[in-house]
Design a protein around this ligand. Structure first.
Ligand SMILES: [Fe+2]
Length: 314
């Protein structure tokens, strides 16, 4: 009998392919315990910009991790949405990382973080209009050509809407997929944060999301604040556990569209490893529950073809 993907992750080790289970962001302070305990985790996601040097401790750690786990390469500094051309040297460093570590997935944000010669620490949003769409698509074409592979573009968390936008975020993302052939990284926490901030329905947004293009999901924690008028303002802080509302949306997404590699993002106030692992295990429990439910429905349907409908009715 074929081994269930839920019985053992180790079959995925030493290969690049990432199974549709939970992974975690790799933090330097967790590397020793991970190498020692070899936890059952599907993949580690690394921020490319932490590995732009040629050697040193970061690469020694990542090489050791990579021997046991697939990785996902996540960029935060390509500035896909910037008005200026992409930094070719920075892109070359991505290419070198891609060749060195053979990541199973490669992703970047729909955002910009550079202007002229200034680099910002934040991922800043873009207006959804035709000139921006053309620019973003041209940058993604360039990235995919240099990297020689498909990239996933992550939906942003937003706090304000641009008056100049002529497209919805969903129309913009769908057009990017159609024009470039790239995939999408659906950050469910970002959806929740943006929808609360813009007083929209996260369920409606997700129902209309171009799921056929999604290759990875992100989950993370957000902070709750208020705007000047006392309305809830959520901040995509990545500094705590995933919120209950986001878990519920996540389960709905995978129940409707199938299991996908799922990253737990926790980048600030990084907890001890067991706490991060527990979040990944919580995602795995949901994935397993949805998987079992689908198998049960599938077997009932199969039996239905052989008289099982009568049993169901009875
Ligand atoms: Fe994310």
């Amino acid at each position: 009998m074929a081994q269930s993907i839920y019985s053992k992750v180790s079959a995925a080790r030493n290969v690049s392919v990432i199974q549709p289970r939970a992974g975690a962001g790799l933090k330097a302070e967790h590397v020793s315990i991970i190498l020692e305990e070899q936890p059952e985790i599907a993949f580690f996601e690394v921020h490319a910009e932490n590995y732009m040097g040629a050697g040193g401790v970061p690469h020694r750690q990542l090489e050791a991790i990579r021997q046991d786990y697939p990785i996902s390469l996540h960029g935060v500094g390509l500035s896909i949405g910037a008005e200026r051309p992409l930094d070719k040297e920075h892109l070359q460093r991505f290419k070198i990382l891609n060749e060195r570590y053979e990541p199973g997935l490669f992703s970047e944000h729909l955002a910009w973080s550079t202007h002229d010669t200034t680099y910002f620490n934040d991922l800043l949003p873009v207006p959804y209009d035709e000139p921006t769409l053309e620019r973003v698509c041209s940058h993604i074409d360039q990235v995919q050509e240099v990297m020689g592979r498909r990239m996933l573009l992550e939906n942003p968390s937003t706090y304000v809407a641009f008056e100049q936008s002529t497209l919805s975020e969903l129309e913009f993302l769908s057009a990017v997929v159609d024009r470039t052939g790239c995939g999408l990284l659906l950050d469910v926490n970002n959806v929740y944060v943006s929808c609360v901030n813009h007083q929209q329905s996260a369920e409606d947004y997700l129902d209309a999301f171009p799921m056929h293009a999604v290759g990875e999901l992100h989950l993370g924690g957000h902070a709750c604040d208020e705007d000047d008028e006392g309305r809830p303002l959520l901040i995509d802080a990545h500094d705590r556990e995933v919120d209950e509302a986001v878990w519920r949306l996540y389960e709905k997404v995978i129940a409707s569209h199938g299991e996908l590699p799922t990253l737990i993002e926790w980048d600030n106030d990084v907890p001890d490893w067991p706490i991060l692992l527990a979040e990944a295990e919580a995602a795995n429990r949901i994935l397993a529950r949805v998987h079992s439910l689908k198998e049960a429905v599938g077997s009932v349907r199969a039996e239905g073809g052989q008289g099982g409908e009568a049993r169901l009715a009875g």
